[in-house]
Design a protein around this ligand. Structure first.
Ligand SMILES: NC(=O)c1ccc[n+]([C@@H]2O[C@H](COP(=O)([O-])OP(=O)(O)OC[C@H]3O[C@@H](n4cnc5c(N)ncnc54)[C@H](OP(=O)(O)O)[C@@H]3O)[C@@H](O)[C@H]2O)c1
Length: 334
């Protein structure tokens, strides 16, 4: 992980929650109590209107008033480049293409400072420049790169989107142990580790946060020739629920999104016949676009989802419901 390519406007070195240190672990419970009573926290985070503090993503944990919006978030024009009012920070892995890039754009449009992480630095640099975010080049399976990423985020992460993943094909009789390890590493071990590291920062800062894992319908339905991928997404689904259970007490919500079928994905080299058959079987009649999954990520970290944790949202046009095929002769025309 080499460097922060772009510095955002209005950046400060202070944690988003503004509080750290001993005793912080006890704070989230207090935070929730205050939020439920509809009154500001003692440090002003999660404050209702009428305070001098900006809205924050503590909404992700259900403790704040709402989004950081275009009208409320600080800009260089309204506050100057040295303002002590940082935007909430979202780290998106695999932001160089597909769902990760679309998610980064959607979060930035909602007022997040997005840290775009991937290996193809030219792509994330270009994206970061467009969305006023940051680009951090790195291989998330590398311990060195992950350590560097966490250091560069510097305790200022409110939302983690574990999106980077691989979808390699290979029959169980053919794949070797190294390929197995590669899939499990990126699709399961990395989300485990990144969530742990980011959650510790959020807890230490004494504020809430959210994690969204990009899973797949493959978590629930086995597919021939991509069994390790299916297993990895099943594990990610269980990891989502496990973290949701253990992090709820700290005001951190953990959910997953299961994107639908997107034939153009770079991680999915599919046969034409498979693409045709799959598209024909989607009830809502179209392939998924990266923006579909991104919209679900936005929802899961919004105030509207403040009571949702440990769940997985299928964004698949109904593809996981069942078969569209007619199994019996119709008695009456539709
Ligand atoms: N598209 C679909 O149909 C679909 C359906 C269900 C679920 N999903 C899931 O959605 C997620 C994104 O899929 P996608 O279709 O958007 O795939 P994609 O276009 O191939 O994007 C994968 C992203 O992961 C990054 N990445 C891969 N290995 C990495 C590593 N070691 N370190 C850092 N970044 C890495 C890639 O960036 P670099 O190569 O630049 O590093 C790229 O940005 C995956 O978890 C996938 O399983 C996709």
């Amino acid at each position: 992980m080499s460097h922060v390519v772009r510095e955002p406007r209005g950046r400060t070195t202070q944690g988003v929650g503004g509080q750290r240190g001993a005793g912080a672990v006890q704070r989230p419970l207090q935070v929730r109590e205050d939020a439920e009573r509809g009154r500001p926290r003692e440090d002003g985070q999660g404050a209702q209107t009428g305070t001098s503090h900006p809205p924050r993503l503590c909404a992700a944990a259900g403790v704040n008033t709402g989004w950081v919006t275009e009208t409320t978030r600080p800009t260089a024009e309204t506050t100057g480049p040295t303002a002590e009012t940082p935007r909430p920070v979202a780290v998106v892995t695999g932001a160089s293409s597909g769902i990760g890039a679309a998610t980064a754009r959607a979060l930035a449009a909602q007022g997040f400072e997005v840290v775009c992480v991937a290996r193809r630095v030219d792509r994330i640099e270009a994206l970061a420049a467009q969305i006023d975010g940051r680009a951090v080049r790195g291989d998330v399976t590398s311990a060195t790169d992950v350590a560097s990423l966490v250091e560069q985020v510097g305790g200022r992460c409110d939302l983690l989107v574990n999106n980077a993943g691989v979808y390699p094909s290979g029959f169980l009789l053919d794949i070797d142990a190294a390929e197995w390890d590669r899939i499990m590493d990126l699709n399961v071990r990395v989300p485990f580790l990144l969530t742990q590291l980011v959650a510790k920062q959020i807890i230490a800062a004494g504020r809430g946060g959210a994690v969204v894992n990009i899973s797949s319908g493959a978590a629930h339905r086995m597919r021939r020739s991509v069994v390790p991928y299916c297993l990895s997404k099943t594990a990610l689904d269980r990891l989502t629920k496990g973290y949701a259970l253990e992090l709820a007490q700290f005001g951190i919500r953990v959910n997953a999104v299961e994107p639908g079928f997107a034939a153009g994905s770079t991680s999915s080299p599919l046969t034409d016949e498979h693409v045709r058959q799959t598209l024909a079987g989607i009830p809502l009649g179209r392939a998924s676009g990266p923006e579909d999954a991104a919209a679900a990520v936005l929802f899961l970290c919004s105030p509207a989802a403040s009571y949702i944790t440990g769940t997985s949202v299928a964004v698949d046009g109904g593809n996981s419901i069942g078969s569209l095929a007619v199994h019996q002769a119709k008695k009456t025309p539709l």
